[in-house]
Design a protein around this ligand. Structure first.
Ligand code: GAL
Length: 658
């Protein structure tokens, strides 16, 4: 919907948006005064309001209480703080479930999800949709002209499922549209297996509890359907606000690498792509997780994107919730800017004293304005104010792409497969980390996207590939591109039907595979020896056909057979090489494709990303480190001139302009 629609630049206007979710309905109004004072002090220029305000805005069915929000919008505007106004539809008031049980979702076992938490709405419920549309309409009518309004935030982290009766009817309608006839549905779902043939549309159910394994094609379609239903909820509200305010951009916040939404499809419907990101400060690979999600979000946005939520300190939903050590909040925020974010926001501004998230950090924590968290937030606000004019609207340079597709994930991530010991995210993380550690910045792309801008394309795993995607990959290689595919790729077609030979025949030819005899998945902790490295998770018994290069397995059942195959510019990896080996292999292939790292000679813990004319250097290590940087630069965070080398403190960062 981007054509002719407003964009993030309409909200940023040369500044990095900085702020967070603001839930003032949890506080007496006197506290609001202190809030705006401290927001100003911290450089906050944007807050997200109303995400969970439905029961406050609509205390009884059809009633409206806008007075508090009127005062709040005015107060924020008076203090030059822009408002990302949310529709409150992620958490319906208790009266809705009580009066309209049809708005409540059911799980696969038929259990109802009730009020008392949040996100207890059925995407298929006509009643829910009617109430959601009405409150959205009234919010848009009332605040569409308010000068504080900068962006619409629809709902929050769409992530629900529903297996109830109304959803079942909607599923049938969706299937009729997709397949037209029952015969074609029966064909696509392979219902000849286990006597599952349908003789009437009414017989089709969402994948509810079954005695034994479910039909995988039915499960795949239910995931597609669920993503589409939630998207309908989003677009219905989006269309309402867009009608009132065609000049104000619209977003909804994704969860990071979340399985429930086809984010490629969703991003097309948004003016601004935004994501919530909560790496674990104790996880040694956290920075790679951050980089992956940021690269993916930027690619969905095709440009600048919004970090809608992160934690200033600890979250409250892990087993043990660690605060962020000094400097880490700033470092990870600058990492997001380096990778294309033009908005750095948090959940939430002021830490709650009550409710399920009272132990979740806020920008202003329980320790108050003297607390370290708030002091570091203030410093970050000042940093971002300095960077804003140089960075906003600029593009990140990426010459390689990693491919990802939700439909393939949905088909591959099911029961009864060769190995359930790992999931697609493990592979995406391993491959993306290898590239990041080689100091190569990657975009993400869909397998049917035009890939011609990339020198090399990496496919950790695409179990399901449509015919169009196979065509696209072949055309990419024939057009001069370098393609590297991981194991169990090209196995199934769009209906999750295994392709003859266990892998698409044209792909087998591309890689030089004559026969793919067997998959040999590995146990957790098991490894296979290959010449020069060890592999984990998986191995394959492949009879090669005239490869240009092969790295063999050594010992074991597959001794002498190829673990890695290359024919021309096409590579196939039938195992997951250990991290060092994967990094050097992918770096070698990228170098052969003519891709250079962001900076030569970088220490392992220093991340370098180029955005526009700027070079971001981020020290993820706990010790200071000196980095050689040829030439003379201005360092934008300190204003210092840098010639030849720069020292980065523990968790330190530098932004260099030539
Ligand atoms: C997000 C959510 C926020 C808050 C946060 C806590 O998933 O959108 O409302 O719950 O998590 O980490």
């Amino acid at each position: 919907m981007s054509t002719g629609r407003p964009a993030l630049a309409d909200a940023t206007r040369g500044r990095v948006l900085f702020g967070g979710d603001y839930n003032p309905e949890q506080w007496p109004e006197e506290v609001w005064q202190e809030d705006v004072r401290l927001m100003r002090e911290a450089g906050v220029n944007s807050v997200t309001v109303g995400v969970f305000s439905w029961s406050r805005l609509e205390p009884q069915p059809g009633e409206r209480d806008f007075g508090w929000l009127d005062r709040l919008m005015d107060l924020l505007h008076d203090h030059e703080i822009g408002v990302v106004l949310a529709t409150p539809t992620a958490s319906p008031p208790p009266w809705m479930g009580r009066l309209h049980p049809d708005t409540l979702p059911r799980d696969a076992d038929g259990h109802v999800e009730r009020w008392g938490g949040r996100q207890h709405f059925s995407h298929s419920s006509a009643t829910y949709r009617r109430y959601a549309a009405a409150i959205t309409e009234d919010l848009a009518a009332r605040y569409g002209g308010h000068p504080a309004l900068t962006l619409w935030h629809i709902n929050n982290e769409y992530c629900t499922y529903d297996h109830g009766d109304e959803a079942a009817a909607a599923f049938r309608r969706w299937l009729r549209e997709r397949y037209g006839t029952l015969d074609s549905l029966n064909e696509a779902w392979g219902t000849a297996f286990w006597s599952q043939r349908y003789d009437t549309w009414d017989g089709i159910l969402p994948p509810r509890r079954t005695h034994y394994l479910k039909n995988p094609a039915q499960v795949l379609d239910f995931r597609r359907f669920t993503s589409d239903m939630l998207l309908e909820c989003f677009t219905a509200e989006r269309d309402i606000v867009a009608r009132h305010t065609p000049h104000i951009p619209v977003t909804t916040n994704f969860m990071p690498l979340w399985t429930g939404q086809d984010a490629w499809r969703w991003a097309e419907e948004e003016d601004v792509v935004s994501v919530d990101l909560y790496p674990d400060p104790r996880d040694p690979l956290a920075r790679h997780h951050g980089a992956l999600v940021q690269d993916m979000t930027r690619s969905q946005a095709h440009g600048p994107w919004m970090l809608m939520e992160q934690a200033a300190g600890a979250v409250n939903w892990r087993g043990v919730n660690h605060p962020k050590p000094r400097g880490l909040n700033r470092l990870w925020s600058l990492q997001a800017v380096a990778r294309g974010a033009d908005a750095i926001c948090y959940f939430q501004w002021r830490q709650s004293r009550q409710g399920a998230e009272k132990f979740h950090s806020g920008m202003l924590g329980h320790a108050g304005e003297e607390g370290r968290t708030f002091q570091e937030v203030k410093q970050l606000g000042a940093d971002l104010a300095r960077l804003g004019p140089h960075v906003t609207g600029t593009a990140v340079t990426a010459e390689v792409a990693v491919l990802h597709d939700w439909h393939s994930w949905w088909a591959g991530d099911q029961e009864a497969r060769p190995s359930t010991r790992f999931g697609l995210p493990d592979l995406l993380h391993a491959w993306h980390r290898a590239l990041t550690e080689a100091h190569l910045t990657a975009d993400f792309a869909h397998p049917e996207h035009d890939l011609s801008a990339y020198r090399a394309v990496f496919v950790p795993q695409l179990y399901l590939l449509t015919d169009a995607a196979v065509d696209n990959l072949l055309a990419y290689v024939h057009g001069g591109g370098h393609l590297v595919c991981g194991f169990h790729t090209g196995v199934a077609d769009e209906d999750d039907r295994i392709r003859p030979g266990g892998m698409d025949a044209r792909l087998r030819e591309l890689f030089g595979i004559r026969v793919l005899h067997e998959w040999w998945p590995l146990e957790t902790g098991e490894s296979v020896t290959c010449e020069g490295f060890t592999g984990t998770l998986w191995s394959e018994e492949i009879e090669p056909a005239d490869p240009d290069e092969a790295i063999p397995y050594r010992g074991g059942e597959l001794d002498g057979l190829p673990a890695v195959l290359r024919r021309g510019r096409a590579w196939y990896l039938s195992t997951l090489p250990e991290p060092d080996a994967l990094r050097s292999l992918l770096a070698r292939i990228a170098a052969e494709a003519g891709v250079r790292p962001a900076l030569d000679g970088l220490p392992a813990h220093v991340e370098a990303v180029r955005r526009g004319e700027l070079l971001f250097l981020l020290n993820h290590g706990r010790d200071p480190v000196t980095v050689t940087v040829p030439g003379t630069h201005a360092e934008l965070l300190t204003g210092a001139a840098v010639t030849g080398a720069i020292t980065l403190e523990r968790h330190g960062a530098a932004v260099l302009r030539p």
